[in-house]
Design a protein. Sequence first.
Length: 346
Amino acid sequence: MLDDDNVIRQRDPSGALDIALNQYQQAGFKPEVNNSGDSEQEIYNVVIAGMGGSALAALLVNSWLKSEIAVPIEIVRDYNLPGYIGEKTLVIASSYSGNTEETLSCLEQAKDKGSKIAIIASGGRLIDEAVSSQFVHVSLPTGMQPRMAVIYNLRALVALLVNFKIVDESRLQEIENAVEWLSEETANWSSDVPTDKNYAKQIANFALGKTAIFYGGSITSAVAYKWKISWNENAKNIAFWNALPEFNHNEFIGWTSHPVEKPFAVFDIVSDFEHSQILKRFEVSDRLLSGKRPKSFVINLAGDSVIKQLLWGSILADFASIYLAILNGIDPMPVELIEKLKKELT
């Protein structure tokens, strides 16, 4: 089915596969930091407020750069900021639409506390606020689903962290340097590549009819979360995620009380940059759970750097989940129930 062009055109009328195929270009996005004149202010901590795909960019940065960032960073996916924020806190309000109510709530609290404020959005109330209040901000390209604009958001977030001297400018260049390599890699997952040579199609076929569970490590936990998001929103399938080593302290035992015939597709998302003990935990956990859960499908992230692997894995998540949507007979792009929920809440 996934090698039938007519089926793909019928079930992907909005061109989700074309968007996924061009995602590598986002790594070359040139974010313009506006109103950056007072970036010399001393910063004691950073809080990034965002939901869903907007929070994912912050999780990717944390996975990638946490060992070198000298100030604490907290990611808030809620209506309320932590009580410790103050004038020495940089609060980055991130929402692709610019209208996410949780993020807007956090922005108001940051203003009340006199925090340093920066904004990432493609428009909406956040950009209006940034312009009227002269907040530092980056405007994202418009017209995309937030989950498909994560690399745009990542570039914008790193640009802000560079602006405030929290990370080195070379990190922004490191993302851009991946463009050509990502182009070559992701072309292998396009719809015209047959299933026997197409890793993304093979993953979709493996997961069809099952509930997916994605496991990452310290470095790949954000990618595992991205796979969950893509499965939920593109394939319209329930999915779950967790990370090692925490998995081994609780969920690991949860697999042991039922027979192996469980309707799950288990994926281990693995980076060779992980701590050696985490790599060992993946292997030992799967062996000890043999006969108690389905054998894991190991996704070894490609790339000669951490950021290349994170980007590679994130784009593959969209391809595989879009192909699963096609197998499910579902248009990958709309998220109508989310839009209905937003209207009900307002």
